[in-house]
Design a protein around this ligand. Structure first.
Ligand code: TYD
Length: 206
């Protein structure tokens, strides 16, 4: 069954671990799964990812940042996601265009409507069937991120930026409750995974 799931949220919410565990679980249930992530996921996307993340690129403008994320996304959709969905497969993606709305839109305060319009072009109008928001405070998220030593250029933005991102995600989730499920990411890892699986199972059973 063709189905598209994304995981979203601020830094340090354990999103990537949860996405990987969900993909493994669905695969073990016999679903044809594509597990991927943004930015990256393709060879071209991974090259773009290195430019975006490099701590050397401190002077990157928010506009350039948005377009680089979008370029990586355009490639990922055409090369992997769209073909997999067309074959009737299921996709689990760690971040998608909602990350651009939250980070570049709410975080950098770029024009949201414009970002939505460009994102529609970038994705060919593809919207996830189900999106999880792994929500946690910016303080806790950044603290966890520092602890696990995966600091990147975006983590360097100030606390106010990360707070706008979090608020942005809450707005996005509230505005579209049929698609979004908010999960408290301060909970233990297994509990979070259990909640995610429950929601997915409910949706797949319909
Ligand atoms: P990554 O190391 O993959 O972090 P995470 O584990 O939090 O997903 O880095 C991705 C970073 O890029 C993260 O800080 C969020 C940011 N980002 C955007 O700002 N806009 C986007 O469109 C995407 C996809 C990611």
């Amino acid at each position: 069954m063709s189905f598209f799931i994304t995981l979203e949220g601020p830094e340090g919410g354990g999103k990537s671990t949860q996405a990987q565990r969900l993909a493994n679980h669905l695969e073990s249930q016999g679903h044809d799964i594509l597990f991927t992530r943004e930015p990256g996921g393709t060879e071209i996307g991974d090259q773009i990812r290195r430019v975006i993340m490099s701590l050397e690129n401190k002077s990157m403008s928010p506009e350039a940042e948005f377009l680089l994320f979008s370029a990586s996304r355009a490639q990922l959709v055409r090369e992997l996601i769209q073909p997999h969905l067309e074959r009737g497969g299921m996709v689990v993606c760690d971040r998608f265009f909602h990350s651009s709305l939250a980070y570049q839109g709410y975080g950098h305060e770029l024009d949201l409507e414009l970002l939505r319009t460009i994102s529609g072009f970038v994705t060919g109008g593809l919207i996830p069937d189900l999106t999880f928001l792994l929500d946690l405070t910016s303080e806790l998220g950044l603290e966890r991120r520092k602890r696990d030593g995966r600091w990147n250029r975006l983590d360097d933005y100030d606390l106010a930026f990360h707070e706008r991102v979090r608020e942005g995600y809450l707005h996005l989730a509230d505005a579209d409750p049929g698609r979004w499920t908010r999960i408290d990411a301060a909970q233990p890892e297994d509990q979070i995974q259990e909640q995610i699986r429950e929601v997915v199972a409910g949706r797949l059973a319909v």
